[in-house]
Design a protein around this ligand. Structure first.
Ligand SMILES: Nc1ncnc2c1ncn2[C@@H]1O[C@H](COP(=O)(O)OP(=O)(O)OP(=O)(O)O)[C@@H](O)[C@H]1O
Ligand SMILES: [Mg+2]
Length: 607
C-alpha cells in the first residue's frame, strides 16, 4: 500500500489555501457575486410568505370578508413568479459557476502534469494523482458553487426572518430566539464530532482507492502469485474499517439533526404558549401567531443547511490542499524566465529562435543521484560527435538508462554539465531537446486510438505515405496490413491489444516519422524475435545514419556495428571502443559477447 495516499488533513480552515483558491475564482468574480445576490433575494422572499398567511388570516378568515382577495391573489402570484425566476436563475448560475471553476482547476492541473518532470511521477502513485484530478476537484467546485448558494440563502433568510419577527412582535421574537444559544452550543459540539468522523472516513476511502488501483494494475501479477485470497483478506480489513468509521459518522450526524428538530419544536412550543395567551387576551392577532409559527420553522431550516455547508467546506478544504499541492508544485526541472522569454515554453515554443541541433553531445564531470537515492553517476565524462552511434552495455542497474535519461533531460545532473552542440542544455528550454529526440523504450507506451494515430503522435502532419514508409522500414507494415482494419486498427488502452514486440515496432516507426536529430533506443528491440530483429538491423543502421544515437541493448548482436561501445559498470565507463577493438582487448565485453554467442548458437542448434 503506497503510504503517500493517506493524507493527513488540517484541522482548521486554512487561509492560504482559500486565498489560493479565491485567486482562481477571480476569473468568475461577476458570476459569484451575481449568484450571491440572487440567493439573498431568494432568502428574503422566502421570509415574505408567512406575512401573506398573516394577512389572509387576519383580513379574510377572521373577518369573514372577501374584499381585496383578488388583489391579494394577484400579488401573491407575482411574488411566486418572481421567486420562480430567482430559483431558475440560481440553478443556472450555480451550475455555470461549478462548471467554470472545475474547468479552470482541471486545466491548471493538467497543464502542471504535462510540465512536471519524471522525478515527480517516480514519487506519486497513479491512484493518488487520479483522485486529485477527479473527486477532489469535483468536491471543490461543488462546494464552492452550491455552498455559496446555501450560505447566502441561509444567512439572508435567517436575517430576514429575525427582522420580520421583531417588526411583528418583539416579545414573541425574543421568546422564539431563546433556543438560539443552546442551538449554537449543540451545533459547535456536533460539527466538531461530525467533521472528525468524516475525516476518518475519507482517509480510509483513499486507502480503498489505492487498493483498487494497485489490484487492477497488478492483476496479472496477482494471479500468477496466487495472491487472490490474501488480497481479498487485506481488502476486507480495509472495508471493515470503512464500515466501522462510516457507521460512526452516520450515528454522530444522525444525532445532530433530531436535536435541531427538537430545539426548533421547543421554540415553536414557547411561541404557541406565550402567543396563545396573547391571542386570547387580544393583544396579538391570529395571523401574527400563525406567521410566528411559520417563522420559527423557517429559522431552523437554514441552520441545518448551514451546518452541512460548513462540513462540506472543511471537506473541500482538504481537497483544495491536495489539489493545490499539485498545482503549486514547483518542478525540479525548470526553464528560467530568460530562457522562456527567448525560446518560449512548453505550450508556446518560439521555435524560430532555436538553434538547429547538430547532435554533438558532451557529459562534463556529471554527478547524478535520484532523489533520496545513492549516487548513480560520479564524475561521468563522455564526448559524442554528431552522427555517432554509441552503444551502452553493462549489467542490470549499472546506470545505462540513467545516462540517456539525463541526456534527454528527464532528470538533470546533480552537478556537472551536459552540453549539446557546446551549449549547456540548462540554458535552453527543455522542449528544445525533447523536440529533437526520438526515444524508443523497452516497454513502449501506445495511446488509445488507432495504429496510425500512434505513429503520427509526435508529428501530426505526417502523411499516410510517410507513415507507411516508416512502418516498412521497421518491418511492421506486413503485420499491420494483416489486421482487419490495417492502420486503422485500434490498439486498446496503452496498446494492450498488441504484443510487446509489435508495440516496440510501432513506437519505432513513431520515432522515425518524427525525424529527430538524436535517437535513443533503450532496449528497443528486446521483445522482437531474432529474425525480425535481423531484418530491421540493417534498417536501424540506415535510420540512425547521420543521427547521433544511443543504443542500449543486452543482446549484443544488435550493437555490434555501433561506432563506439561503452561498457558501463557502477556508473562508470570501464571499457570503450568498437566491437573489434573490444574483442581484441579480451576484457569484460569479450567475455560477455562470447558467452552470448555460445548461448545463441546453442539455442539455434537445439531449436
Ligand atoms: N526513478 C528512479 N528512482 C530512484 N532510483 C532509480 C530510478 N531509476 C533507476 N534507479 C536506480 O539507479 C541505478 C541505475 O539504474 P538504471 O535504470 O540506469 O540501470 P540500467 O543500467 O538501465 O539497468 P537495466 O539494464 O536493468 O535497464 C539502479 O541502482 C536503480 O536502482
Ligand atoms: Mg535500463
Amino acid at each position: 500500500m503506497p503510504s503517500e495516499v493517506v493524507v493527513l488533513e488540517n484541522e482548521k480552515i486554512d487561509i492560504t489555501i482559500w486565498r489560493n483558491f479565491l485567486e482562481l475564482v477571480k476569473n468568475h468574480k461577476r458570476d459569484f457575486i451575481l449568484l450571491a445576490i440572487i440567493m439573498v433575494f431568494v432568502g428574503a422572499l422566502d421570509s415574505v410568505f408567512p406575512l401573506f398567511t398573516k394577512y389572509a388570516i387576519d383580513n379574510f378568515i377572521v373577518e369573514k370578508n372577501l374584499i381585496g382577495l383578488n388583489k391579494f391573489i394577484k400579488l401573491f402570484f407575482i411574488v411566486i413568479a418572481f421567486q420562480g425566476i430567482n430559483v431558475y436563475l440560481f440553478l443556472a448560475m450555480g451550475g455555470k459557476v461549478e462548471t467554470n471553476v472545475s474547468y479552470d482547476i482541471r486545466k491548471k492541473g493538467f497543464e502542471k502534469l504535462q510540465i512536471l518532470p519524471l522525478s515527480y511521477y517516480d514519487e506519486k502513485a497513479v491512484g493518488w494523482l487520479m483522485a486529485r484530478m477527479t473527486s477532489d476537484i469535483n468536491g471543490i467546485s461543488e462546494t464552492l458553487s452550491w455552498g455559496i448558494v446555501d450560505f447566502a440563502w441561509g444567512l439572508a433568510m435567517m436575517l430576514a426572518v429575525v427582522i420580520a419577527m421583531f417588526r411583528l412582535n418583539a416579545k414573541l421574537a425574543l421568546i422564539a430566539l431563546t433556543v438560539v444559544p443552546p442551538l449554537a452550543i449543540a451545533s459547535a459540539y456536533f460539527q466538531n464530532k461530525i467533521l472528525k468522523a468524516q475525516r476518518e472516513v475519507r482517509n480510509v476511502n483513499s486507502k480503498i482507492t489505492a487498493a483498487y488501483n494497485e489490484d487492477i494494475s497488478g492483476a496479472m501479477t496477482t494471479k500468477t502469485l496466487v495472491r487472490e485470497e490474501i488480497n481479498l483478506e487485506e481488502f476486507k480489513e480495509i472495508t471493515e474499517e470503512m464500515k466501522q468509521k462510516s457507521i460512526r459518522a452516520t450515528i454522530v450526524s444522525s444525532l445532530y439533526f433530531p436535536i435541531i428538530l427538537v430545539l426548533g419544536s421547543i421554540g415553536t412550543a414557547l411561541v404557541l404558549n406565550s402567543g396563545g395567551k396573547d391571542v386570547i387576551q387580544g393583544t396579538i392577532s391570529y395571523g401574527t401567531m400563525a406567521a410566528f409559527i411559520a417563522y420559527t420553522a423557517q429559522f431552523f431550516e437554514p441552520v441545518r443547511q448551514l451546518a452541512v455547508v460548513f462540513a462540506e467546506i472543511q471537506g473541500a478544504q482538504a481537497s483544495a490542499e491536495r489539489v493545490f499541492s499539485l498545482i503549486n508544485e514547483v518542478p525540479d526541472i525548470i526553464d528560467s524566465e530568460d530562457v522562456v522569454n527567448e525560446y518560449g515554453d512548453f505550450f508556446t515554443p518560439k521555435k524560430e529562435n532555436w538553434p538547429e541541433i547538430k547532435g554533438e553531445i558532451e557529459f562534463r564531470n556529471v554527478d547524478f543521484a535520484y532523489k533520496n537515492g545513492e549516487k548513480v553517476l560520479e564524475n561521468f565524462n563522455l564526448k559524442v560527435k554528431p552522427g555517432e552511434t554509441i552503444a551502452l552495455v553493462g549489467e542490470t542497474g549499472s546506470g545505462k538508462s540513467t545516462i540517456v535519461n539525463l541526456l534527454c533531460r528527464f532528470y538533470e545532473p546533480t552537478s556537472g554539465e551536459i552540453l549539446i552542440d557546446g551549449i549547456d542544455y540548462k540554458t535552453m528550454p527543455q522542449i528544445w531537446i525533447h523536440d529533437n529526440l526520438g526515444y524508443v523504450l523497452q516497454a513502449p507506451h501506445l495511446f488509445s486510438g488507432t495504429i496510425k494515430d500512434n505513429i503520427k503522435y509526435g508529428h501530426l502532419d505526417a502523411t499516410d505515405l510517410e507513415i507507411i514508409k516508416a512502418s516498412k522500414l521497421v518491418n511492421s507494415h506486413n503485420f499491420i496490413m494483416k489486421m482487419e482494419k490495417g492502420y486503422d486498427t485500434n490498439v486498446g488502452e496503452g496498446g494492450n491489444l498488441l504484443s510487446t514486440g509489435q508495440k516496440q515496432l510501432i513506437s519505432f516507426a513513431r520515432a522515425i516519422v518524427k525525424n529527430p536529430k538524436i535517437f535513443v533506443l533503450d532496449e528497443a528491440t528486446s521483445s522482437i524475435d531474432t529474425e525480425t530483429e535481423m531484418i530491421i538491423q540493417k534498417t536501424i543502421e540506415n535510420v540512425l545514419e547521420g543521427k547521433t544515437s544511443f543504443v542500449i541493448a543486452h543482446r549484443l548482436s544488435t550493437i555490434k556495428n555501433a561506432d563506439r561501445i561503452l561498457v558501463i559498470k557502477d556508473g562508470k565507463i570501464i571499457e570503450e571502443g568498437n566491437h573489434r577493438e573490444l574483442i581484441k582487448e579480451k576484457g569484460y565485453y569479450y567475455n560477455l559477447y562470447t558467452n552470448q554467442f555460445i548461448e545463441e548458437k546453442n539455442k539455434e542448434v537445439l531449436g
